[in-house]
Design a protein around this ligand. Sequence first.
Ligand code: BES
Ligand code: ZN
Ligand code: MG
Length: 501
Amino acid sequence: MAEQVTVKFHEYKIPSKGTVVLFAAGKKNTGPGLAKLDKQCNGQISRAIEVSSFEGDKGKHIEILSPANLELARILLIGVGNREISSEFDWMNIGGKISALVKGDPEGTVTILVDQETGRHAITPENCAALATGFQLARYRFDKYKKAADKNGKNKHRVKTLNIAVNEPDKAERAYTRLDATRAGVFVARDLVNEPGNSLGPVEFAHRTRKLEKLGVSVKILDENEMAGLGMNALLAVGQGSEQESRLAVMQWNGLDSKDKPLAIVGKGVSFDSGGISIKPSSGMEDMKGDMGGAACVTGLMHTLARRKAKVNVVGVIGLVENMPDGKAQRPGDVVTSMSGQTIEVINTDAEGRLVLADALTYTIETLKPRLVIDLATLTGAILVALGKEYAGLFSNNDRLAGRLLKAGEKSGEKLWRMPLGKKYDKLIDSRIADMKNTGGRLAGSTTAAQFLKRYVGETPWAHIDIAGTAMSSPKTDINTSWGSGFGVRLLDRFIEENYE
Ligand code: BES
Ligand code: ZN
Ligand code: MG
């Protein structure tokens, strides 16, 4: 969606035009770039450092506009502190910060001079790749519906080329190509989440997954008749009040020659959640176009895996429905029989995500026989009450799997917090007339939702990630200013690369 900058890695050379970016750590930066430029502009940079008492602290920067004797538009000094910036995620954030600072460059060219030894930092080619990726992630805009003025106006990012001068440009280039596949998947997910409900219903969403075929993913789409044949009545019940038909999309990436059991990633895809007959209050209801954040993440992840030709077998399954009130809609009190054979008393039609996931999980486990299954869903408002927008909630029946996910969360900066499961919670969803009910009352709302899902996974190692607080309406960060964050793509890409390739 967003227009990308062209990224070029090249040998160290100080440019004559545009913006130059340098890193500084304390007053120790004696790198050749800074020294040379400072001399050329008669010490203007060192004077700027003096008067601003800039010491290169992490997160601080100074800007010197139109430096004397030079044709440069500006010189930007970015503080990286002392050994505080180390991870890939840190460098992505620095890249994002630079993107925001250089937005209006008149020449459209930004050159980052990487003096390898900056204070106590050794800046690697991999760091530079992460930096460039962060720059791109930060540039994302969902502006396809901005037809007037602003699109080409003053808020438009004017940078067209990002040059990064680094000692080993080929190595940086390779690392960047790898990370750019992740970036592309994040953009796919953001685009899907940002798209309004009138243009992205279940049918259109399913259609969009077909784009993955070009990358070598096999895509199968089940329509309502096929799902009815399989007994997926829980999923179908959610969609029955909508004019739009429901779909299940199955995306398979086989990166291994062998027939190894796949990893399965399942996503909730409610293209719009009005609540159904248990209708939501109108304030903020527009946000429920994002109730397909789980399905968006799965689709973005499949895009990334295929694009980088990941050496792993992964299947993505997404349940696509629209939850609307109507004469044909399901009612509170209805009982439905899920694909697993278990029956559900529908107490609240707004607790629909778990009905969709129940059948999507059963389908996945029965027909694809995965070695593990991870589901992502904007499942409960209660997870926002518990964790805010900082962490997504993690529930799992397997400590090893949970541990690996938590670690990938720390590394990617898409953080998870493990939440409890247990027999006492499970009792809260027992029903008087059916096998279970779809709500557990006021307490522990995210856990009772997870307990419900647990009844559909049997012994398969399983993790459920509640992303209601992190997938949409997220606070702006250095690498994301969009409403839909694309949460989970970077997390799971890393989780898969580190543990299964
Ligand atoms: N889609 C919502 C959850 C949600 C809330 C996502 C806020 C994003 C932001 C979900 O379908 C829902 O409505 N859950 C109910 C469950 C309740 C009726 C048991 C909720 O959280 O209130
Ligand atoms: Zn919902
Ligand atoms: Mg709901």
